[in-house]
Write a protein that binds this ligand. Sequence first.
Ligand SMILES: CCC/C=C/C=C/C(=O)SCCNC(=O)CCNC(=O)[C@H](O)C(C)(C)COP(=O)(O)OP(=O)(O)OC[C@H]1O[C@@H](n2cnc3c(N)ncnc32)[C@H](O)[C@@H]1OP(=O)(O)O
Length: 318
Amino acid sequence: MFSGLRTSLRLLGQQASKSFLKSSTEQNKSLVLCARAMSAAADKSYEFKTLKVHSPAEFVKHVELNRPERLNAMNMDFWREMVECFDKLAEDEDCRVVILSGSGKAFTSGLDLADNGLFQIIMADEDCSRKAFKMNKAIPKFQESFSAIEKCPKPVIAAVHSACIGGGIDMISACDIRFCTQDAWFQIKEVDVGLAADVGTLQRFPRIVGNDSLTRELVYTARKFYSDEAKSIGFVSRVLVDKDQMMKTALDMASTIAAKSPVAVQGSKINLVYSRDHSVPEGLDYNAKWNITMLQSEDVMKAASAFMNKTKPVFSKL
Ligand SMILES: CCC/C=C/C=C/C(=O)SCCNC(=O)CCNC(=O)[C@H](O)C(C)(C)COP(=O)(O)OP(=O)(O)OC[C@H]1O[C@@H](n2cnc3c(N)ncnc32)[C@H](O)[C@@H]1OP(=O)(O)O
């Protein structure tokens, strides 16, 4: 019985290795070409005013915040387009990993203080309870702009250079992995503009850094913190010397993840997010139910066969 299984696994592995050799050579070629020129051609199937989407390598999408003249400040178009973009990436079978970066001088300067869209919603009524009803509908929509990153089952790598302010912290706290450049700095700035952060920082940031006292210090004082501190508290996992190096490292990692089973990677993200918000027994139960189905995936067989044949597996689109 085992020798039969071994033969089928070997045959499967041989088929997989042939197509892998082809695709890995192509992937290496595109890695070299794309690392420095990630912002070159935009992906025409993604058309937005405030975001540019590129396809720098197989199964990798690069979303670039694209209002450099305003330091990528978040205007009303941006809040809407983030949901549209990440909902589309979630469904795109040619996307297995996303890199999120900012164009121009800074990653983002946070909420667009010159865009009166938000103030129009607040001022739309005289009566405070009517305003409150409107805001009660509007705020969850703003929150969805970053929850869409977390709901997208593809891992999202945030690549931050220079300033990452206010809404920028909310945004990257919803990402899976965070890299930054040596010159990066961060600021939970909301109290300075008179508001309690309400699009994810207060919920996600403390869970990432696991330090309640430090979280409160950064939230209440709005003091800047720099790349070395961001690394030491675990907010970013890598600090790279400059933006070129950071984008190359992000692309290398994205390509590594993209070559793995999308069933396994996306299942892992879904289970990590679920487990963060539930008890260990609840998380284990959810994980068990998930794998009742997912362990039957052809990807499990392909991965085992590749291991036995000392080849690299090639996984079907998901
Ligand atoms: C319900 C919504 C939930 C969301 C909440 C989010 C809240 C927040 O994000 S609070 C934080 C808001 N952001 C800020 O307070 C940052 C404001 N900007 C700055 O302090 C500086 O611009 C900065 C230190 C980032 C950079 O300074 P630098 O001298 O290098 O550049 P500037 O000349 O200031 O900026 C270049 C042009 O960009 C415009 N700009 C910068 N930030 C914003 C912004 N947040 N909103 C709108 N516009 C921004 C700036 O005015 C300059 O434009 P121009 O003068 O026409 O050249």
